[in-house]
Design a protein around this ligand. Sequence first.
Ligand SMILES: NC(=O)c1ccc[n+]([C@@H]2O[C@H](COP(=O)([O-])OP(=O)(O)OC[C@H]3O[C@@H](n4cnc5c(N)ncnc54)[C@H](OP(=O)(O)O)[C@@H]3O)[C@@H](O)[C@H]2O)c1
Length: 223
Amino acid sequence: MHVVVNAATSVDGKLSTREREQVEISGSEDFDRVDRLRADSDAVMVGVGTVVADDPSLTVKDDRLREERRDRGDPPNPARVVADSQVRTPMDAAVLDDDAETYLLVSEAAPADFVDTMESAGATVLAAGQDRVDLSVAFARLAAERFDQLMVEGGGELIFSLFEEGLVDELSVFVGATVIGGRDAPTLADGEGFVGEFPELDLRSVERLDDGVVLSYDVRGAL
Ligand SMILES: NC(=O)c1ccc[n+]([C@@H]2O[C@H](COP(=O)([O-])OP(=O)(O)OC[C@H]3O[C@@H](n4cnc5c(N)ncnc54)[C@H](OP(=O)(O)O)[C@@H]3O)[C@@H](O)[C@H]2O)c1
């Protein structure tokens, strides 16, 4: 399964404010690029931190792109995937609506009654990992479900884990013309951070969109 991480950051690498409030970092040109990337993917993933902070729907917004998907025999929207070890996704979260399939990746420690509730809400629950989602195991299951391309839309905790596990193939970052600041504001890759060995990236392209740039990288050594 090909994994593409996409995010928008301020010049200082922040995804949002220290209060974890969404910031309009990009504009309409980047919005269209991201919508196209979603439409080209079989599934779109976020961590539960992003679900709780932003309540994204992760659906394709442009009617023509949804039509293109239908024309090639795909559902109008890609499936949605949430990494959520303990099932913290609220029942009224937009990712649980009827617009697309939803996969909840949970750990073995997820409370059984929460899992049942999510399944009755229509989500497919996949358990991998003892206390936290084992992303490598979970991704192997997603690949077996016919997903060839997975787009990851954040946030910083999830993106760090994906790099740590060597699961990222491509990274696209829109860097907007703003500074958010704040030592506690989420960044592109949070988690524990790397100390010795860092993921190496090959810069593939630099594109000017809106009042920012999109930096696209291939991850060196990715399969
Ligand atoms: N600018 C952008 O492009 C963009 C995009 C997305 C989000 N954001 C911002 O980013 C912030 C949210 O980011 P975040 O870092 O707090 O949350 P996140 O990365 O969306 O979600 C992190 C959570 O995912 C769960 N998780 C399950 N398995 C995991 C694993 N193996 N590795 C890592 N996490 C795992 C963990 O919760 P459990 O332990 O409970 O499972 C963890 O706390 C919000 O402020 C949002 O606005 C910005």
